[in-house]
Design a protein around this ligand. Sequence first.
Ligand SMILES: Cc1ncc(COP(=O)(O)O)c(C=O)c1O
Length: 309
Amino acid sequence: MPITPTDKIWMDGEFVDWADATVHVLTHTMHYGSGAFEGIRAYPTADGVAIFRLRDHIKRLFASCKVFMIEIPFSEDELVDATRELVRVNRLDDGCYIRPLVYLGYGEMGLNPIPCPVNVSIAAWPWGTYLGDDGVANGVSAKISSWKRHDPNSIPTAAKGTGMYVNSSLAKVEALKAGYDEAIMLGGDGNVSECTGENLFVVRNGRLLSPPSSDSGALEGITQKTVEKIAGDLGHETNYEPLVRSDLYTADEIFLTGTAAEVVPVRAVDDRVVGTGKPGPLTQQIQQTYFATVRGELEQYRDWLDYVG
Ligand SMILES: Cc1ncc(COP(=O)(O)O)c(C=O)c1O
């Protein structure tokens, strides 16, 4: 999806002009993929633009870096403040996507990352629906990928590491080339894991199910946890249970969750129509509540909003 440039990008404590936010070709992370990032969204609300679950995303960035033994040279508070300030200086009042990145910079080569300088950048730009407006409204088609999600003992799947996304890209390209919108990956254990950048929920026989991150190697999604709470408040407990691929073929409803994708119905998996082929009732209810939540329309979920002011 194309990027719309804004005025400034935050790099290592400074706001630099968008066009000047560049790095050297010998930047360590570009060669070995050892870095971590986040994807965050801000939405317009009646009280101005608000960043959704900002603190939780910054906390996950620190957790990812801890796994990779990367010491972020800023505090959590500093990155939270910098993110708010970035949205403010770029006047992104209509909402935006925000991309904090921790990367190993220029100065060292070779596989030992420990001596490398650690750099941090945060960029933000207006970004539409990740899987398309039609996908949000009517559902997307998905293909079970021939690429498996990482084994947690090969690469730490709880971390949102930059290089790990080669796996997601392979699966995404395979699905798109085959004419589908998105890929669903199985984990090393053969059970359903997640999509290339989204977690997966299934409604079967009146129960709401999602693959357990620890077994399937799925990232523990912040949107997944948001949906778990929303669904719980709507009277639907989320059951984290292993799912096999035929559970998807016989599901009544399937939807995807992610910060970029938001809440997106799945209308078919491997050419098997899901339910009626239209977004199911629980999917629609959760999707509507999610959009109302991020836009600050629901008092009980306001604590998740970080108003830019
Ligand atoms: C592989 C993967 N799974 C799931 C998600 C959804 O996570 P979240 O809801 O925290 O954005 C993402 C996006 O960050 C992701 O990259």
